[in-house]
Design a protein around this ligand. Structure first.
Ligand SMILES: [Zn+2]
Length: 199
């Protein structure tokens, strides 16, 4: 990763959910062949890159704890995602992902990953780790996602949120958190951020 600015001053970032926000929602996605970047996503990330926002992927991948795929498979998927985005000159600054899942007792699972971790969204772990590693000012940050889990993660970390109508479109009904804004897709969400933060 290229460090595009000094870490001496607090940075601003946009946290991005993966499935249903950047890429097409596929139940239990485990192979790069299943990966489809949603329309306008590369342009949206390029826009954030251009305006000096750190772009940070934050995703739960319980498929690993469930034994459906390995850490290496997830890395392969993320490599392909970064390659496809890179072809369109769009870059993610960091990728954080949680391999855990709390509920034990299923065939084929990896018991060591079946834990109550601090990183699985809506827990704040991944956002706080990013904040520490990249010197982020969370009050200046945003979280964009398609589920109430993303909105709850934003709430738990004091970050503003935007719900996109792609993927689950907030209809998962798990948490009661409300977004600051709702838009049709990632590109429209990024336009809200760029407009709201123009100085
Ligand atoms: Zn975790």
């Amino acid at each position: 990763m290229v460090q595009r600015s000094s870490l001496g001053t607090a940075q601003r970032a946009v946290f991005l959910d993966r499935d249903g926000t950047l890429i097409k929602e596929v139940e239990g996605l485990r192979s790069p062949d299943q990966l489809e970047v949603l329309p306008g996503v590369a342009a949206a990330i390029r826009e954030l890159n251009h305006h000096g926002w750190r772009t940070i992927l934050i995703t739960n991948q319980p498929v690993v704890a469930k034994g459906f795929c390995t850490e290496a498979d997830v890395a392969t998927v993320h490599n392909k995602l970064e390659t496809l985005l890179g072809r369109e000159h769009a870059f993610l600054d960091r990728i954080y992902w949680c391999p855990h899942h709390p509920h034990k007792g299923f065939p084929g699972e990896r018991p060591e990953l079946k834990i109550h971790c601090d990183c699985r969204k809506p827990k704040p772990g991944m956002v706080l780790q990013a904040a520490e590693e990249l010197n982020l000012d969370l009050r200046a940050c945003w979280f964009i996602g398609d589920t109430t889990t993303d909105l709850e993660t934003a709430r738990n970390t004091g970050v503003r949120s935007i719900l996109v109508r792609t993927g689950h479109g907030g209809r998962d009904g798990i948490f009661k958190s409300e977004p600051d804004f709702t838009t049709d897709n990632l590109l429209d969400a990024v336009r809200v951020i760029v407009t709201k933060t123009k100085s």
